[in-house]
Design a protein. Structure first.
Length: 451
């Protein structure tokens, strides 16, 4: 089967749920027996989100091959149960970086390097990177909203993909907002109409509209949207807010999103096997009233997306163990030895997640001390585990000046050392590690065995 391409764009405002729509569509198509991969293009000029504050863009999701990626890749993996890689997260910073590298090498043979065709060709190269790799369908989400100046080259590139392939091999799904005006008790379609008009001005006609709404879309409004946006009535899909995030695929299935996609792409297997997913949602909806509260004590708690994978992991653990888990985000800067008991008294479990820099470190240490002394289940992730070592060294082993070299390079009693292969790293980004030993680690491990 020739690889098919689905492009998910967004309009009106950000945060409408393009990522969840793309992830849900991936699950629905996988439930039809297709090999699916999700991909995200972000218009910003950072090479990756690894150097960005979590307040700026939420968590950094690290893939198995060590790529530092957008948090939407976490949604993709959780919904489709597929392990993604560096080709699944592409920023305009990465695109421009590669174009400049090629120009410096002379790959363009002295030609003037331009957005079209050089930048757009590089974008298409990333899109086509899954061909001949046992992938039936590539679902590519375009970050931002249509009309954002930094994303125009991506829009142009996906327009060209539509020209380069047969009509039945490419489909454009546009996610928009139908705002509800409580005063007149009605949904308004004008923002959607203007968003589609903007997309059409760049040469792309959306095939399907996924309309974020708080209430059902009246039949006459569907007809109006279909008429003014030049789509079939059956291609106007309502995406109502669901009580559970993982219910969205079933909501979109009921609305006919996957069937419309299958019809356009001429896919043979149109009947879905959603039984396992339906059983999971039924289980989630019928969890017993018993609830456990798990405290997440970190430094980026003002934005829940900063710890979205940790939060979702807790929910999944609850689903598996037939219990409701209530995550409680706590600012580590506010935790002291004097108030730790009062702040953490309701927590039946404690997680101290990763982070960077020394802000809030003492609050994390006091949290860990409280968990240890009160026998509360504790999980330290990355920096959280390092601070557990520091706390144990200080309070149990009585090494009063124990610290990490990350915070005090001339620490008298370091118990956490900078890795040898990290000491000379000056460029930021691309330095996070996931379940992998470096050669330096392996050599040290071998030395310890021989001692």
């Amino acid at each position: 089967m020739k690889t098919k391409y689905i492009f998910v764009t967004g309009g009106v405002v950000s945060g409408l749920g393009k990522g969840i729509t793309a992830a849900s569509l991936g699950r629905l198509l996988k439930n039809r027996g297709y090999k699916v991969v999700n991909q995200k293009f972000d218009p910003y000029l950072n090479v990756d989100p690894g150097t960005m504050s979590p307040y700026e863009h939420g968590e950094v999701f690290v893939t198995d091959d060590g790529a530092e990626t957008d948090l939407d890749l976490g949604h993709y993996e959780r919904f489709t149960d597929e392990s993604l890689n560096k080709n699944c997260s592409v920023t305009m910073g990465k695109i421009y970086q590669e174009v400049i590298k090629r120009e410096r090498r002379g790959d363009y043979l002295g030609k003037t390097v331009q957005v079209i065709p050089h930048v757009t060709n590089m974008i298409k190269e990333k899109i086509y990177s899954f061909e001949d790799k046992d992938v039936d369908i590539v679902i590519t989400e375009i970050g931002g909203t249509v009309g954002d100046i930094e994303g125009l080259s991506i829009i142009e590139a996906i327009r060209q993909v539509g020209l380069e392939n047969a009509a039945e091999d490419v489909i454009y799904v546009h996610v928009t907002l139908l705002p509800y005006i409580s005063g007149s008790n009605e949904l308004k379609s004008k923002p959607t109409q203007h968003s589609v008009k903007e997309l059409q001005s760049f040469g792309i006609k959306p095939d399907i509209l996924v309309c974020r709404t708080e209430i059902d879309i009246p039949d006459n409004l569907r007809e109006k949207i279909a008429l003014f946006c030049n789509v079939r009535k059956t291609s106007v899909i309502a995406n109502k807010t669901a009580s559970c995030l993982y219910e969205v695929p079933l909501v979109l299935e009921e609305e006919g999103l996957a069937k419309a996609v299958c019809s356009h792409l001429h896919l043979e297997h149109c009947e879905a096997n959603n039984q396992e997913w339906e059983e999971m949602i039924e289980k989630v909806k019928n969890l017993p009233n018993k609830e456990v509260m798990v405290g997440i004590i970190g430094k980026y708690v003002k934005l829940e997306d900063s710890y979205i994978s940790v939060i979702e992991s807790l929910h999944h653990a609850g689903f598996e163990n037939n219990i409701k888990v209530k995550p409680k985000l706590i600012d580590c800067e506010g935790v002291t030895e004097q108030n730790a008991k009062e702040i953490l008294k309701d927590c039946q479990g404690i997680i101290v997640p990763g982070g960077f820099g020394n802000r809030g470190i003492e609050g994390k240490i006091q949290t860990i001390k409280y968990a240890r002394e009160n026998n509360i289940p504790f999980l330290g992730i990355c920096l959280g585990m390092q601070m557990a070592v520091v706390e144990f060294a200080r309070d149990v082993l009585k090494i009063e000046k124990a610290n990490s070299e990350e915070f005090d390079e001339i620490c008298e009693e370091p118990v956490i050392h900078i890795m040898y292969d990290q000491k000379d790293v000056t460029k930021k980004g691309g330095t996070m590690r996931l379940r992998k030993l470096s050669m330096c680690d392996k050599k040290r491990k071998s030395c310890r065995k021989s001692i």
